[in-house]
Write a protein that binds this ligand. Structure first.
Ligand SMILES: [Zn+2]
Length: 306
């Protein structure tokens, strides 16, 4: 277990030094694992290894994490990465495996819209409920769904506000830097309302529409929660259009994987409205998940019988 964590730390540092890589979601998982491991090392345990070995591992991990890491943001521009992997406040997320992505229900997408397969049943139920409720006074549509890290880079790195002293930091208030968007997981959707009635897509005025109010009142029933509520400590703009899927309960099909990816966000920067209360990270992201590929739903380890 300790060796696993050491390997995870080494790989994590390598990846951070290398900037964008294809399998960043592994790095995300590893970051959780390392954080968990450090927490566990700090907790007295009657079955702990001998103290000298523990100290060596603790020092190794502490030294590795203390190295200031940087993330590649746009061409030639790097940003400092916090010890928890955040860049400009945005947590790190990897790309969903293409085989996990499927088209959203017919008639939903304003453009192309791919989402995780696990989300589809809840999304279909949500859209049907919204369509059947006259209070919505319009139609919920998909403005933006899965965005690859490469796509996110093109979105983030264009149209910089040149007058700003730090254009990337300014941009990051409303757009996540590449490798740090919930959209790359395939579990996030930006909703739009049609007819728009004069409110541009992805603007705060959407919150006043009956459809957006319906989402606030009903989306959690279908496993969706608002990632960036007003005044969030993550320093991300209030986004009443951006909802992530975590399943209606931890036991719902596919929910474990989504909740695993969003564990840190849910624990430290709670959604509002949220699907349910998050207990703690250690109870849902055990270190045994370190080597699990990001597109495989984590399963509890089998108990060996003697
Ligand atoms: Zn969004």
């Amino acid at each position: 277990m300790i060796l696993q964590a050491e390997g995870a730390v080494a790989r994590l540092v390598d990846r951070q030094a290398g900037g964008l890589v294809d399998d960043q979601s592994l790095a995300v998982d590893e970051q959780y694992a390392v954080a968990m491991h450090v927490k566990r090392l700090a907790t007295p345990c009657p079955f702990a290894p001998e103290p000298a070995a523990m100290r060596r591992v603790t020092l190794f991990i502490a030294a590795s994490i203390a190295v200031p890491a940087q993330a590649q943001v746009c061409a030639g521009a790097a940003a400092s990465m916090a010890s928890d992997g955040r860049v400009y406040g945005h947590l790190p997320y990897g790309d969903a495996a293409p085989s996990e992505l499927v088209p959203a229900p017919a008639g939903f997408a304003l453009n192309a819209c791919l989402v995780r397969r696990d989300m589809i049943p809840d999304l279909e139920r949500l859209l049907a409920a919204a369509q059947g409720d006259p209070a919505v006074m319009g139609q919920l549509r998909g403005l933006s769904c899965h965005r690859s890290i490469i796509r996110q880079a093109s979105v983030f790195c264009r149209d910089h506000p040149d007058a700003s002293a730090d254009p990337d930091a300014t941009r990051a208030i409303s757009v996540a830097p590449p490798g740090h968007s919930e959209h790359s997981t395939g579990y996030a959707i930006d909703f739009a309302v049609r007819p728009a009635n004069g409110c541009p897509d992805a603007e705060a005025c959407m919150a006043a529409t009956p459809a957006a109010r319906w989402l606030v009142a009903n989306a959690p029933r279908f496993g969706f929660e608002l990632s960036f509520p007003g005044g969030n400590r993550q320093n991300v703009k209030w986004e009443p259009w951006h909802w992530r899927w975590v399943g209606t309960s931890a036991a719902a099909p596919g929910a474990a994987r989504a909740r695993f990816l969003f564990a840190k966000a849910r624990d430290q920067f709670p959604a509002d409205p949220a699907v349910d209360r998050v207990v703690t990270i250690p109870s849902i992201t055990p270190i045994t998940y370190v080597t699990v590929p990001p597109w495989v739903a984590p399963k509890p380890p089998k108990k060996r019988r003697r």
